[in-house]
Design a protein around this ligand. Structure first.
Ligand code: COA
Length: 346
């Protein structure tokens, strides 16, 4: 059986920071409220109005190519998970394909909000497992500032802009790669977290603009309750299915929506704080980018064979977990094709 393995990680973070102190000047909020309720201290914002999600996604993809030491022409498929595409169509994946020069690749966007990266990783892995493709770029990218109402304190403190990307390739042996996945959706939660305007139900009009329907809406407490249950349940489910205890898990790689949701998931899994990837304090909730951003930040500490549990909950509702065994030691920076030999030797 061919397993798909992550063989490189890239990212893009805009330079501009929006701190809790900045937000105190914009809406009726406080640094303390934001830190205690969410764990966020600052987030990054892509302020240049001429740049959008595809710009960040392409930069993250280019870093993956550079770290893996491969040419853009070698990419077979590009999947971009996003809820903030540059345009409804064409797909952001097509814009990335053009911008990075991936001439042989096909691609598409995938909409699953905060679970977008997990769903895209699961999808991309099938093309590797089937033997259809050798190199699949999976990107999570969102310019959340484009759909955030900076007069609404309930949502504007939560989100940031970023992109993260990974390369999927056939694992060189069955010891590493994506081992299992549990994925769910429940449309009964659709109205609790959504952007009501701009689609075919509420096409753009003066009325939809006046009603602020082109900004994201969230019923925070309702989503919070479901997210705590959903993420903890699915993480416990995938561990039980694979006979894993807390001791077997090297890291939980959770979607970064709220520190309290992450903490509840870790507790349920029976793992300590040191085994949880958390960067929500620095980037906020970057929707589809959170999980690959965590992998990027922790890459240097990861070792071949480490058991990782990726878990998410988001709009839809959508939620899920992926169990994977990490394929390489440390960072790929400076490694080129010669790292194939290192991979085989290890
Ligand atoms: N600053 C200060 N006060 C704020 C505030 C802010 N930025 N935002 C809300 N408040 C107020 C509310 O108005 C409310 O005041 P009231 O009691 O006088 O009405 C109070 O704080 C509590 O609000 P509530 O919404 O109940 O807070 P909460 O503890 O649920 O935290 C979220 C709000 C959004 C942080 C939390 O609900 C959450 O994380 N939800 C889930 C997010 C998620 O997982 N989404 C899915 C993936 S994107």
């Amino acid at each position: 059986m061919i397993r798909a393995a992550i063989t490189a990680v890239g990212h893009f973070l805009p330079e501009d920071r929006l701190t809790n102190q900045d937000l105190e000047q914009m809406v009726d909020t406080s640094d303390e409220w934001i830190r205690v309720r969410t764990g966020i201290r600052e987030r990054r914002i892509l302020r240049d109005p001429t740049k959008a999600t595809s710009y960040m996604a392409a930069r993250a993809a280019q870093e993956v190519l550079q770290k893996r030491g491969i040419e853009p022409e070698e990419i077979d498929l590009i999947i971009v998970a996003t809820v903030t595409p540059d345009m409804f169509f064409p797909a952001t994946a097509c814009l990335v394909q053009r911008d990075i020069g991936a001439r042989r690749a096909w691609g598409f966007d995938l909409s699953a909000a905060c679970s977008g990266f997990l769903f895209a990783l699961a999808t991309g892995a099938q093309f590797i497992a089937s033997g259809q493709h050798q190199k699949v770029l999976v990107i999570g990218a969102d310019k959340m500032s484009a759909i955030t109402d900076y007069t609404d304190r309930r949502t504007c403190v939560l989100f940031g802009d970023a992109a993260g990307a990974v390369l999927l390739e056939p694992a060189l042996d069955s010891e590493v790669g994506i081992m299992d996945m549990c994925l769910y959706c429940d449309g009964s939660g659709a109205e609790a977290l959504c952007m009501p305007g701009g689609g075919s139900l509420n096409p753009p009009s003066y009325k939809t603009i006046d009603a602020k329907m082109h900004f994201l809406y969230q019923d925070g407490p309702t989503v919070f309750k479901r997210a705590v249950e959903g993420m903890a349940d699915v993480a416990a489910e995938i561990m039980a299915r694979n006979g894993l205890s807390g001791e077997d898990v090297a890291y939980l790689v959770p979607h970064q929506a709220n520190w309290r949701i992450i903490e509840a998931t870790a507790r349920r899994m029976g793992i300590g704080r040191e085994k949880v990837m958390v960067n929500i304090d620095r980037y906020g909730n970057t929707t589809a980018a959170t999980i690959p951003l965590c992998l990027y930040d922790w890459e240097a500490r990861l070792k071949r064979g480490d058991n990782l549990i990726l878990a998410s909950f988001g709009a839809g509702y959508t939620w899920g977990a992926i169990y994977l065994r990490w394929a390489y030691d440390g960072t790929r920076v400076g490694f080129g094709m010669e790292s194939e030999a290192q991979l085989s030797a290890s």
